[in-house]
Design a binder for this molecule. Structure first.
Ligand code: ZN
Length: 293
């Protein structure tokens, strides 16, 4: 019974190979181009950038600190609720960052402590059925089948309460990490209502939702409707992009939050390249869901 504790162990299991090396060289070159064009002009652009940090293993903590330090130069940190409100009201007057994390790994507690050092409050999207898991074999099977990872320890309700006391928010990531696009409509409606009720009962509020796997192909119009019908006020993807003001306020049901998935182990310049690229390519279309009813 051994949980994964270091990112370097994960890299051994999921080797990057030549493709990873080529990607790294390409991102180095793109960041050099960013520097030539001017980094501050992009990073000082008024916008809301949501970042999804996922896991912070022991050997990623220093990198998270370096990332937070770098981000704090040009950005103000907002909680997920504050950031959602800024985008909904189209009141985006400065560069903002809002951090969130999905799946509820135990190592998110250390991440939360690091975020607190920078005055950043995050939203942790959890799967209540996974929070309740206690058997190692069950957790291992969940990690392998739903997350494509070796066994990683999850937070329990006491850990979640601790994060809330530290000022962080909790959101729903479905009961047990399902692909919403593949789920039957009534099954997902029940799932949404159940996580809403569990979060209200255990955490005192249920406001935000992020769909598992995060790509637009993993969600759909029936999912969008069910999320807002259940009572959630926001719904997040893990598609890259940032949000800028448009000429009118948005309805809750219209806003599709984009988040950049970031692995703290990545080179800092590579992460910055993605944020610079988002800022340069920001469009109000990023604010909307790509589905039609
Ligand atoms: Zn997830």
């Amino acid at each position: 019974m051994k949980y994964l504790e270091e990112y370097k162990e994960l890299k051994k299991v999921l080797p990057q190979g030549l493709r990873g090396q080529l990607r790294s060289v390409a991102l180095d070159a793109l960041y050099t181009l960013d520097q030539i064009k001017g980094i501050d002009a992009a990073l000082n652009k008024p916008r809301v950038q949501f970042l999804y940090i996922h896991h912070i293993f022991r050997d990623e903590e220093k990198n998270l600190e370096a990332l937070m330090k770098k981000l704090s130069v040009n950005h103000t940190f907002l909680s997920h609720s504050e950031a959602v409100e800024k985008v909904l009201k189209s009141e985006i007057d400065k560069p903002y960052i809002a951090i969130s994390s999905d799946d509820g790994f135990k190592n998110n507690i250390r991440a939360a402590e690091i975020l607190n050092e920078y005055g950043a409050k995050a939203c942790f999207f959890i799967n209540p059925a996974v929070v309740e898991m206690t058997s190692y074999d069950e957790i291992k099977a969940h990690c392998e089948s739903r997350l494509g990872l070796p066994a990683v320890e999850f937070m329990n309700w006491n850990d979640i309460e601790r994060l809330q006391r530290m000022g962080h928010e909790m959101g729903s990531h479905t009961m047990s990490h399902i692909d919403v696009a593949k789920a039957e409509k009534n099954f997902f409606i029940d799932d949404c209502n159940e996580t809403y009720e569990v979060l209200q009962k255990k955490c005192g509020e249920a406001k935000h939702f992020a769909f598992p796997y995060g790509r637009f192909a993993n969600f759909d119009e029936k999912g969008r409707k069910a999320v807002f019908d259940a009572g959630f006020i926001s719904c997040a993807s893990a598609e890259r992009g940032c949000h800028i003001s448009q000429d009118r306020s948005l309805l809750n049901e219209e806003l599709c939050i984009r988040r950049d998935h970031v692995i703290a182990d990545w080179k800092l310049n590579h992460i910055m390249h993605f944020l610079i690229s988002n800022a340069n390519n920001a469009t109000i279309l990023n604010n909307l869901f790509p589905y039609t009813s």
